[in-house]
Each structure stands twice: as structure tokens, then as C-alpha cells.
Write a protein that binds this ligand. Structure first.
Ligand SMILES: [Zn+2]
Length: 320
């Protein structure tokens, strides 16, 4: 589906909340049963919406009250819509336009990863671990603005600095929450001080051996292990004024680094092992976190002097 027109007159009429979750593969095993699982944990589903966006019909948006009453929004699976190609930029534009319009300040995202760690010792990032990535890189450009809105990517007016793309304050809260689970669900927890780098997955197919060997050797050369997996645009989160709380569950070795049968082992992990643990973790976090004020997420979106804009061609006059 291609966008042939952006409709800037669309207005948002859905629910508002400061917190949202967009998690994907860690919770896939619940299917469409997240609401009933959440209600079993003391949350309440307040409504389900399908708002329009300037870029076409948006993904499903659930409005919840977490245990204790704090409200949050949930868009399942990063905003992917069945039958639509998520690699088109409009998919991420729709998600972030909705969350921006809804007043979201804290965005929780969980994904799964293939680890490309070169180490074999116990400190390595292994399948079954829990990772709070420190930074990321992408082999293809990520979306950087919301076209047709005041957040259109206009470098002369503001620039997103991408130090600390994943809110360090919220990473500490996630680490505290995962270490507090009653059962040791994960082999090892790697906080941001472990300096794990996330390679944003190029949606559509798993990595080739050529890519994973590159990532393994790159990680060795900078002394930072690399994991590769789902990653929404951290630039869009920054431009939209959101603190991004990002966690990853390495599910497997990246292709070619160890003998494994990805086709069968991943299904069991996604369907049986992860979903209840990760959904419980998220509901507990959403029931207590606040937008932090001890991080630099907001400061790293920099307004620029008016001279930068004045150096460009002026906007074209309206026809007629
Ligand atoms: Zn922050």
C-alpha cells in the first residue's frame, strides 16, 4: 500500500495517556489475548479504537487502566497491520502520529534479538538473556519526522541529537523491575552499563551470514556486543518528545554463528516461554512509572538559530 496523499486536516479524537506500550515479539504468543491476560493481572481495558491518521487508517489502539489505575495506551506489535508492508515509512509515521497526538511521554518497547556476541564466556550476551540496549545503529535510514505536521523533518529548525537514544532513567526502572520478578526468568540481565549495541533489523528477512559475521567482528573491534532485532525509529521518539524505554530478549544466535534450527526453536519461545513473563513485566512497570526528569531525552532535541532557515529558499507561494 503506497501513500499518494497526506491529509493534514485529519484530527485525533482518540483517548489520551502519558504512557504507551508498542511491544512486539516478546508478547506475540498471547495473540489477541493481551486484554484478557491484562485483566487477569488487575488491569482494565477501557476501550479499543481505530483512529484515522494523516497517512491513512491507523493501527488498533487499546486504552487501559494499569493495576492501580494509571492509564496507558497499547498499539500491538509496533503498529504492524495484517496484510500491510511494515517497511513502508507510513507505518511508523502512523504509529508516532497517534502517540504524539495522544500526549504520550513514555514509550515502552520490547523486542527480540539475534545475538552476534563474539565472546563465549559467561559474560557474553546469550539467548535467554534480558538486554537494555545502550545505543543503536541502522544500515538503512530511519524515519526522522512526521510529514505534513509541525514535526516534519526540517533540519534547519531542529535537530535530534542521538546520544542516549534509549532513556537511561527508564532503563534503570526496567532493570529494577526485571530483577524483581519472583522467578529468575532470564539467564542474565545486561543493563546499559554493559554497552550492548542494537542493530536495527531490516524488516522483511533475517540477516545473512555476511551481515552477522560483519556485526560480530564490528562488535569485537569496538568491544561492544551487537544484537540485531526489531527497533522502532528512536529519532521519531525524540522528535515527538518521548522517552523511549527499550528492552530486548536475545532469542537466538544470529544466522550462521552457531548450529541451530531457527524455524522450530523460535516458535516455541515466542508462543510459550516469553509472553506471560514479558506482559507481566510491562504491566508492573506501567502501573508505577512516571515521565522521568533526570535524563537528557528532551534536551537532545535542539532548536536551531533562525539564520539556518533564512539560508533556505522560502516556501513556494500557494497556487492561485
Ligand atoms: Zn528520558
Amino acid at each position: 500500500m503506497l501513500i499518494d496523499r497526506i491529509d493534514p486536516t485529519v484530527t485525533y479524537d482518540g483517548p489520551r495517556a502519558a504512557l504507551a506500550t508498542l511491544s512486539g515479539s516478546p508478547i506475540w504468543g498471547l495473540g489477541d489475548g493481551f486484554a484478557s491476560f491484562a485483566e487477569g493481572q488487575g488491569a482494565r481495558l477501557l476501550g479499543v479504537y481505530r483512529p484515522r491518521t494523516p497517512y491513512g487508517p491507523g493501527p488498533q489502539l487499546g486504552h487501559y487502566a494499569a493495576p492501580g489505575g494509571r492509564e496507558f495506551l497499547r498499539i500491538p506489535s509496533y503498529g504492524m497491520v495484517a496484510g500491510e508492508d511494515w517497511s513502508l515509512r507510513a507505518a511508523e509515521w502512523k504509529v508516532f502520529w497517534l502517540l504524539w497526538q495522544a500526549g504520550v511521554e513514555v514509550l515502552l518497547v520490547g523486542g527480540t534479538s539475534g545475538t552476534c556476541d563474539w565472546r563465549t564466556a559467561d559474560e557474553a550476551v546469550l539467548p535467554g538473556d534480558f538486554v537494555l540496549p545502550w545505543t543503536y545503529f541502522s544500515l538503512d535510514p530511519v524515519p526522522t519526522g512526521l510529514p505534513g505536521t509541525e514535526l516534519e523533518s526540517v533540519l534547519a529548525e531542529r535537530v535530534a541529537l542521538m546520544d542516549e537514544p534509549f532513556c537511561p532513567s527508564l532503563a534503570r526502572e526496567l532493570e529494577r523491575e526485571v530483577r524483581g520478578l519472583e522467578t529468575s526468568a532470564f539467564r542474565r540481565v545486561h543493563g546499559q552499563d554493559a554497552h550492548v549495541v542494537l542493530n536495527r533489523w531490516q524488516y522483511g528477512a533475517f540477516e545473512t551470514r555476511g551481515t552477522t559475521l560483519f556485526l560480530q567482528q564490528y562488535g569485537r573491534s569496538i568491544d561492544c556486543p551487537v544484537i540485531t532485532g526489531d527497533c522502532l525509529s528512536p529519532v521519531l521518539a525524540r522528535v515527538c518528545g518521548m522517552h523511549l524505554a527499550y528492552y530486548h530478549v536475545p532469542a537466538n544466535w544470529a544466522e550462521g554463528l552457531r548450529p541451530q534450527d531457527l524455524a522450530s526453536t523460535l516458535d516455541q519461545l515466542y508462543l510459550e516461554t516469553l509472553p506471560r513473563v514479558c506482559a507481566t513485566l510491562e504491566l508492573r512497570l506501567l502501573s508505577r512509572i512516571q515521565p522521568p526528569n533526570d535524563c537528557r531525552c528532551r534536551d537532545l532535541l535542539r532548536a536551531r538559530p533562525p539564520e539556518y532557515r533564512a539560508a533556505l529558499s522560502p516556501p513556494a507561494p500557494e497556487p492561485g
